[in-house]
Design a protein around this ligand. Structure first.
Ligand code: CMC
Length: 380
């Protein structure tokens, strides 16, 4: 067997084949199953993209209607899950809730035969939001929400359940829906790769998803949207933004929401979510100061460090202006990326091979064994 040495972090290593998305490969930008991300974001719904990623093609009207009906059915929270959610502390992080929901549903509705991937994916995509918000309202104010909001899209259902309102501003719904489309798929991102490694052992679907959620959480990956909002929130003027950036530069700390392993210039998703964040900032509930500060940080990072914003940077201000609390940002990413994870698990299983690389050994040379009674610090 010939062995190639991997750079740190598997940078630049082709770890397998995939027909799901291109992340800037060959200069053709970001495409899901061949469709440009701009077309999908501006002309499609998240439900259409869900079908595309899981089934391989865009749905016709009848297929979309059937998917919407299925989503409505699959958002019902099982009683046993409700009982468990009611016991979880309000201080829990939403990502712990998401990981737990995937795990509990894996017990209540286990994968028992082959060919269940589409159904289980739709179950989790539909259920994650209602389950998170059931826990949120119950643990904070004792309210047991009714998760069924009729034929609403995933985006509208989430926003209605969070705000406990029957009407949501259409621009807020569209922004949220676009963010779900943008976060849906990104090739062998760390969480997707982790899911593929897990199912390559012939483990079950839910184990692949809990692995992926744990991997997404870190601030170098999905946790960056939450981490970006944490530093943006207190910055209420350009001088404050300058002070923040200067001190980060000085201490050589990362600016979350900037940089990318693959895109070394612009992340093609960033201008799209920035467009929606800017639109929201001009509405009555918008936050123009947050956008002015964000744009100033972006300008300085590009001019001074040549580092561009990734999707997470303007997603932070977009979600904030949708009225969603910061600790929920990465959990929303889970709802969206569930589509990509599902597509990748299906693809991995269609041509499975155990993922088991090797490391370059850097430990000690072979040593003579020392019985315990003869060991002391000197001879170890
Ligand atoms: N702030 C400050 N400096 C940075 C940043 C940043 N956000 N990103 C990269 N750099 C610097 C880095 O310090 C390094 O400098 P030097 O060569 O002097 O050591 C140089 O740019 C190259 O960076 P790298 O660490 O080799 O690049 P990478 O491909 O390993 O890292 C990254 C990619 C996303 C981990 C990194 O850019 C980062 O930590 N960004 C902040 C976290 C973040 O926003 N993550 C979300 C990624 S996109 C969405 C997703 O996948 O979920």
């Amino acid at each position: 067997m010939s062995e190639k040495k991997a750079a740190g972090g598997l940078q630049g290593i082709v770890a397998g084949q995939s027909a799901i998305s291109t992340v800037g490969v060959g200069g053709i930008g970001l495409n899901y199953r061949g469709y440009d991300i701009n077309d999908l974001a501006y002309k499609c719904s998240f439900e259409e993209v869900t079908y595309l990623l899981l089934k391989g093609n865009l749905p016709n009207q009848q297929q979309l209607n059937e998917l919407k009906t299925l989503i409505q059915q699959k958002r019902q929270i099982p009683c046993k899950l409700k009982q468990i959610l009611e016991t979880l502390p309000k201080e829990s992080h939403p990502m712990d809730i998401m990981r737990t929901v995937a795990s509990i549903v894996g017990i209540l509705e286990p994968e028992t035969k082959s060919g269940q991937e589409y159904e289980i994916s739709i179950r989790l995509i539909s259920l994650f939001g209602p389950a998170l918000l059931y826990w949120y309202h119950y643990s904070n104010s004792g309210i047991k929400i009714n998760e069924n909001t009729g034929k609403d899209s995933i985006a509208e259902n989430f926003l209605k359940l969070y705000h406990l309102k029957s009407q949501i501003d259409p621009l807020v719904i569209k922004t949220f829906d676009v963010s779900l489309i943008l976060y849906a798929e990104h090739d062998f991102a760390a969480s997707t790769f982790a899911a593929r490694v897990t199912v390559s052992t012939l483990s079950d679907f839910y184990s692949g998803i809990t692995t992926a959620i744990g991997t997404l959480r870190g601030p170098l990956h999905g946790g960056a949207n939450e981490a970006a909002m944490q530093y943006l929130e207190p910055l209420r003027s350009i001088p404050q933004a300058d002070q923040f950036l200067n001190s980060r530069y000085q201490s050589k700390q990362l600016i979350m929401g900037f940089g990318h392993r693959v895109y070394k210039k612009e992340d093609p998703r960033s201008p799209i979510i920035k467009d929606f964040s800017l639109q929201l900032s001009k509405t009555a509930n918008g936050d123009p100061t947050l956008l002015a500060v964000s744009q100033h940080i972006e300008k300085r990072m590009i001019e001074e460090k040549k580092i561009y914003p990734n999707l997470d940077f303007y997603s932070a201000s977009a979600y904030k202006q949708c009225g969603v609390p910061t600790p929920m940002f990465t959990a929303i990413f889970v709802i969206s990326r569930m589509t990509g994870w599902g597509g990748h698990i299906i693809e991995q299983r269609s041509n499975n091979k155990l993922m088991r690389p090797v490391s370059e050994y850097t430990g000690p040379a072979k040593k003579q064994f020392v019985p315990i009674e003869m060991r002391n610090k000197a001879n170890l």
